[in-house]
Design a protein around this ligand. Structure first.
Ligand code: PGA
Length: 243
């Protein structure tokens, strides 16, 4: 099965920088048939990035979404907007959104709204350092709960469009950036796969060209969610070349 590589550009790049980057990396997927590539630019950059990837196999993802339909939701971006641009994946419940107060019930609402519109949610889960310090049993409880609550009420037939991304918060660059090990990640991936069978589970958290291959070769890791290292063309090319 092809490895799913999702680039989360967060708020690292401006519109013009996003366009410059996508032009540099738009041939990457054809260079490596072992991967499927999804780019998640900022909302502002989505449309221009979409124009560049249109003739490639690269898919487009959004970093978040408003689950309500149209209406009085100042500052939000809805599924209709994403659909018109050709977005197929949506990151949901990223820890940098949860940090701003997004709770499991809203995450769950977003997951269901994304599925209803025929797109694929990438449900992000992961524990803070305070939980990891208590040991792996605590981590299992914490992450297991996030997965169950995030997917509450999702129909079995829709589950095959769900992707889960396990990202220990303390391992994300900018949030601590301590690297986790593939051995630890594998344990949590195993847990997630026991809760939701046959769902691809990605790993994220300071993935770079030095550690990407070892995470990807660990059992149960079906792909990567890459932030900072995906925003520099050369580093990202190195990651893809090493897969
Ligand atoms: P990072 O971010 O690769 O910069 O650690 C990953 C993520 O938060 O999705």
């Amino acid at each position: 099965m092809r490895k799913l590589i999702v680039a989360n550009w967060k708020m690292y790049l401006t519109l013009s920088q996003s366009v410059a980057l996508v032009k540099k990396i738009s041939k990457l997927e054809t260079l490596n048939p072992k991967i499927a590539l999804v780019l998640c630019p900022s909302f502002v950059a989505l449309e221009e990035v979409a124009k560049v990837v249109k003739k490639t196999k690269i898919k487009l993802g959004a970093q978040d979404v408003e689950p309500e339909r149209r209406g009085a939701y100042t500052g939000e971006v809805g599924l209709d907007d994403l659909g018109e641009i050709g977005v197929q994946y949506v990151l949901v419940g990223h820890s940098e959104r949860r940090r701003m107060g997004e709770r499991d019930d809203l995450v769950n609402k977003k997951v269901k709204a994304v599925l209803k519109d025929g797109m694929r949610p990438i449900l992000c889960v992961g524990e803070p350092l305070t939980v990891r310090r208590k040991g792996m049993e605590e981590v299992r409880g914490y992450v297991g709960m996030q997965v169950r609550r995030g997917l509450l009420g999702v129909l079995k037939k829709d589950l095959k469009r769900v992707v889960v991304a396990y990202e220990p918060i303390w391992a994300i660059s900018g949030n601590g950036g301590h690297e986790d090990t593939p051995e630890n990640a594998t344990k949590i991936h195993g847990l997630i796969k026991r809760i939701v069978k046959s769902v691809p589970v990605l790993y994220g958290g300071s993935v770079n060209s030095n550690n990407a291959a070892s995470f990807l070769s660990a059992k149960g890791i079906d792909g990567l969610l890459i932030g900072r290292a995906s925003t520099a063309a050369k580093e990202f090319e190195k990651i893809v070349a090493g897969i």
